[in-house]
Design a binder for this molecule. Structure first.
Ligand SMILES: Nc1ncnc2c1ncn2[C@@H]1O[C@H](COP(=O)(O)OP(=O)(O)OP(=O)(O)O)[C@@H](O)[C@H]1O
Ligand SMILES: [Mg+2]
Length: 273
């Protein structure tokens, strides 16, 4: 029997509206999972805009675009962040993926198999909205976390995005995180409101995974390019993010882990529809 390769839970952190706190959440979620001793890689799948690197204070020289061009090996573009977190910058590679033809795509996907590291979690920090290349990564993930704030425009955009996710990513476990809430009660109201609209119009609901309150330490940590989990470990935000990491880790059976080959096959399937 063929040996089954390593498989990971691939969690896409995304949102309808921009600037809702995805990157801050994704980076610190990755670190919280590292603190729980999971093997974690964070991949920045935002288009060109180095994002996760900013929160972490790391400047990547190479990205997946260089791997696709054959200039660098995957091993060479992996950076090491705090707590041994591995980081890969998508950079130009995310849009280039759509233009790769058969054998080049195959070569690129195979490069992930040569990765002599296994990961329990792959965290994808995505750009906002529904750009096709980014959306393909989101739809291909095993788990999707949609981040919204209580702002009406953010909720409306989250609803639009969730409708697409529900239609196209039936395999994924989908969760909601409410960021920049004034209180836990406000966050719960946001989740409940979104779910009542989803129930009414698409007969579906999303799992509410938790909230992060608006807190000045988050802004200070980002300004200092120090992940809040490390710079203010006892802040409310750090505790909330750890709680959400605990929820995710506790629901291991909720989604079907997969290997990089299967994941990229799925991404390219969505890209070429
Ligand atoms: N819990 C919070 N409390 C206070 N401010 C926050 C919180 N979360 C995020 N912010 C603020 O929102 C800003 C945007 O956060 P972040 O860059 O993580 O959002 P994003 O969704 O990744 O944005 P983009 O769509 O541009 O990628 C931060 O710089 C910070 O000032
Ligand atoms: Mg971001």
């Amino acid at each position: 029997m063929a040996k089954k390769g390593p498989s990971s839970r691939i969690i896409a952190v995304t949102s309808g509206k921009g600037g809702v706190g995805k990157t801050n959440f994704a980076v610190n979620l990755a670190l919280a999972l590292r603190q729980m001793d999971y093997r974690v890689v964070l991949i920045d799948v935002d288009l060109g805009l180095a994002n996760a690197d900013i929160v972490l204070g790391i400047t990547p020289k190479y990205n997946l675009g260089h791997v696709m061009q054959g200039e660098k090996t995957l091993q060479e573009v992996i950076m090491e962040g705090p707590l041994g977190l591995k980081i890969i910058s998508g950079g130009s590679g995310i849009t280039e993926l759509a233009n790769l033809d058969g054998w080049r795509l195959e070569a690129f996907v195979s490069s992930f198999e040569q990765l002599n590291q296994e990961f329990d979690y792959v965290i994808l920090d995505t750009g906002a909205g529904v750009h096709r290349a980014v959306m393909s990564f989101v739809l291909a993930a095993t788990d999707i976390i949609v981040v919204t704030t209580p702002e009406p425009t953010a909720i409306t955009d989250a609803y639009g995005l969730l409708k697409i996710i529900h239609q196209r990513a039936g395999h994924a476990k989908v969760r909601l995180v409410v960021n920049m809430a004034k209180s836990p009660a406000e966050a719960e109201t946001v989740a409940e409101r979104l779910n009542s609209v989803l129930r009414e119009f698409v007969r579906w609901e999303v799992e509410y995974a938790g909230y992060i309150l608006t807190e000045s330490q988050v802004v200070r940590a980002i300004a200092a390019q120090q992940p809040i989990l490390l710079s203010f470990p006892s802040s409310m935000a750090s505790r909330s993010i750890k709680r959400i990491a605990g929820v995710l880790a506790g629901e291991e059976g909720a989604s079907q882990p997969m290997g990089f080959r299967g994941f990229f096959a799925r991404v390219s399937g969505f890209l070429h529809i």
